[in-house]
Write a protein that binds this ligand. Sequence first.
Ligand SMILES: NC(=O)c1ccc[n+]([C@@H]2O[C@H](COP(=O)([O-])OP(=O)(O)OC[C@H]3O[C@@H](n4cnc5c(N)ncnc54)[C@H](O)[C@@H]3O)[C@@H](O)[C@H]2O)c1
Length: 41
Amino acid sequence: MKNITVIGSGTMGSGIAHCFAQYGLTVSLVDLTQEALDNAR
Ligand SMILES: NC(=O)c1ccc[n+]([C@@H]2O[C@H](COP(=O)([O-])OP(=O)(O)OC[C@H]3O[C@@H](n4cnc5c(N)ncnc54)[C@H](O)[C@@H]3O)[C@@H](O)[C@H]2O)c1
């Protein structure tokens, strides 16, 4: 497992993405709004 996609980039999604990224996995985020993606980044 090296690539992760998280659908929904709010509180839960950004937190989950952060955890995976900390351990060096490549994470893609998907959301309906650009604002959520910007905040998650
Ligand atoms: N926050 C918590 O503590 C918590 C705890 C347990 C479970 N949950 C569950 O986790 C889920 C997310 O919660 P959250 O707090 O992160 O909510 P949130 O509102 O912070 O984030 C949800 C994100 O999902 C996006 N979204 C909605 N429909 C989408 C779609 N079809 N495709 C892509 N993106 C979409 C929204 O634009 C939003 O940015 C919910 O089902 C919630 O019940 C949350």
